[in-house]
Design a protein around this ligand. Sequence first.
Ligand code: ZN
Length: 424
Amino acid sequence: MRWTTRIAAAALVAVLQACATPPAHTPPPPPAMANEARPPVTILISIDGFRSDYLQRGVTPNLARLAAQGITGPMRPSFPSKTFPNHWTLVTGLVPDHHGIVGNRMEDAAHPGQTFTTASDAPYWWNAAPPIWVEAERAGIRTGTVFWPGANVAWGSTVTKADHGDYAGGARPRDWLQYNQAINGTQRVDTVLDWLRRPAAADRPRFVTLYFDRVDVVGHDYGPNSPEVAQAAAQVDAQIGALVDGLAALHQPANLVLVSDHGMSETSDTRVIPLDLPKDSYHLIEAGPFAALTPLPGKEALVEGTLLGRHPHMECWRKAEIPARFRFGSNPRIPAILCLAEPRWMIVEKLPDAPFTRGEHGYDNRSADMAALFIAAGPAFRHGTVPAFDNVDVAPLLRDLLGLPPGRGLDGDDAPFRSLLQPR
Ligand SMILES: [Zn+2]
């Protein structure tokens, strides 16, 4: 036996012995993942309607652990504190007045007869600002979205046949799903993990969005102080725990950025403000925490005379006179008059016919009730607390995490986070 053969035989014995007695406490990595250093994935997670202080209710141990490892702080939504405007702000870095999704319901004189609702995916509503997944794909970074308002829109496309849903061109995340509320939180997490389990690194997304709606739905139905909200928060927390465990099992480093779009305020039949106007004097876009409306021709003086100024629990402005701090009022999609209720109050066309306790959002974006969740954890982050900041700063942070150059003309920047990022 030559010496090289002897050494090989000894090595083989050593390997066999090692295989026969694996250490009980360190299971080997899955074969496909062995010895593979994965680059970090950035996962932007939205828990719709998760008010900042839900974190202190003692029902979200996984979020608490992530907050303790990374950075956290109260985040101000943009005005109006509604779902679609704020989700689009989080991925564009622009306030709603600038990105064009100025409400969950809107009209546009450039597209007469069309009304935007949360089911609208016609590109012209969305095309004013590219979302971060489009910017990432342009830079060669693969992206995937398990839901996000606007993620099923072919961004930048043009309508080829009016109102028939035919569009040409446009960009979408490489992996995306048509929004379907019936796909539960566990299935959403499993979808993300399945994408990251793909054997070839090039097939795995490097930027992912993940969206949970349940806390918002329950917050609307039962109010923010209900046991049902605590239960829904605990449920989504467990799903995020499963995501963290799944990532660890894949040896997949991840920078997690957890946000919500707005908080939630408790409303009641005892706190309503009737819109005291004749029915034939105005066109209402939406009412509730705020009312957005246009006087009908010839009724301008009546509507303005009745509404403009301060009322008990409500204040109304012409769009050009909305206080500057709201950063809202220049977009053509904003109607002529905005009335804003105090948190916990509702502007209504018709008085309620039964008692209720529910939840709403859409109020002053600086009110405590509207404060949103923010936690970021992973290899890119130090540990620390970030003072209250505006949600226009999230997209610049995501650009840093993805290695994209700073965005041009954005309404936010990464200043709140700079001292809390690990050196690259
Ligand atoms: Zn929402």
